[in-house]
Design a protein around this ligand. Structure first.
Ligand SMILES: NC(=O)c1ccc[n+]([C@@H]2O[C@H](COP(=O)([O-])OP(=O)(O)OC[C@H]3O[C@@H](n4cnc5c(N)ncnc54)[C@H](OP(=O)(O)O)[C@@H]3O)[C@@H](O)[C@H]2O)c1
Length: 300
């Protein structure tokens, strides 16, 4: 069984999946907790402190750490934190891998479909397309560039460009559900922007494939198959929650007043292709939105 170190592993459910298959899971955290099943190790990115014991006998690393991109307004200091928590953390990680002469069987780094830019077009973006020209694209580009150096120390390296994750454990749905339950759910802006999404089970499967399957190498868009606009997403969410969907769309300018430039994340969106995964034999458990929403919401 493999030894897997996850940075920021307190977020996604990848840990549970790895444990269920008998792997040893270690987590690098700013606030490690004692635990028998998962060993938690301390790191502090600003102080460049890291518990080197986490790297002993290591087979794989998954880098998920990063402060929430949509959690706060993008002030200059927040922008710096968004970048530093991903890029400086990666540099620290790589320096210890180098120092300890660790050789990995695989390295998988998180990324985001924000790479392609905050715009609404009819283009369907592939992994080979260029990035966009805005703050989010820049974050994603710097994040991905920070993964270059680790390639020297790993048999293979993958990057998972993730869409909006549908999970009962957190993320976008947790913010939307109370609003829709109260009958106040509505589309955002024109509602015509696409909203790429992925069910958490499928995202975990993408991480498992990129970690353990030698055929999976390079960048993958973790996006489900059904392309859906913001209006359709909102309508389907209301239907699954058995709530009416009649509220007028939230005007784009109002969101911009409240959220500043971050509003563009909600008001724009293009389609993103998952063809590379499909061509590699990946099968989505939740290719369609309705089933994905029903599964997530039924477990609440
Ligand atoms: N969820 C989504 O919809 C989505 C979509 C696209 C991309 N992604 C990316 O996928 C990765 C994992 O997503 P997630 O939803 O699991 O994220 P999450 O729940 O926000 O967890 C991220 C982890 O990063 C660590 N972290 C937070 N702020 C940090 C900081 N300033 N410095 C260092 N570490 C910090 C935290 O670990 P500790 O508190 O233990 O240190 C936390 O567990 C993230 O990088 C995210 O941007 C997520």
């Amino acid at each position: 069984m493999a030894v897997v170190l996850i940075t920021g592993g307190t977020g996604l459910v990848l840990t549970e999946k790895l444990l269920s298959l008998g792997h040893e899971v270690r987590i690098l955290s700013r606030s490690p907790l004692p635990g028998n099943l998962v060993k938690s190790f301390y790191w502090n990115i600003e102080k460049k402190e890291i518990d080197e014991k986490a790297f002993e006998g290591l087979d794989h690393i998954v880098h998920l750490a990063g402060t929430g991109i949509a959690d706060e307004r993008w002030t200059p200091s927040r922008k710096k934190e968004i970048i530093d928590s991903r890029v400086r953390s990666m540099k620290l990680l790589t320096s210890i891998v180098h120092k300890k002469k660790t050789h990995l069987k695989s390295f998988v780094g998180a990324g985001a479909i924000g790479f392609y830019g905050m715009n609404t077009t009819e283009k369907i973006y592939l992994e080979t397309d260029y990035g966009g020209n805005d703050f989010l694209s820049d974050v994603c580009l710097q994040w991905e560039n920070a993964y270059h150096k680790i390639q020297e120390y790993s048999d293979k390296t993958c990057i998972v460009r993730t869409a909006v994750v549908l999970s009962r454990q957190g993320g976008a749905l947790q913010k939307l559900i109370p609003l829709f339950k109260s009958g106040l759910g509505s589309a955002l802006g024109s509602g015509k922007q696409y909203m790429p999404w992925v069910h958490i089970n499928d995202l975990v499967s993408v991480y498992m494939k990129t970690l353990f399957d030698p055929e999976y190498v390079g960048i993958y868009n973790a996006v489900s198959s059904e392309h859906i606009t913001n209006t359709d997403f909102s309508r389907q969410l209301a239907r699954v929650l058995e709530k009416p969907f009649f509220m007028p769309a939230v005007p784009g300018f109002a969101l911009k007043v409240i959220l500043g430039k971050m509003a563009d994340m909600l008001l724009t969106g293009s389609r993103i292709s998952n063809q590379k995964l499909i061509d590699g034999g990946f099968r989505f458990e939740f290719p369609g939105l309705m089933n994905a929403l029903e599964e997530v919401i039924s477990e609440k």
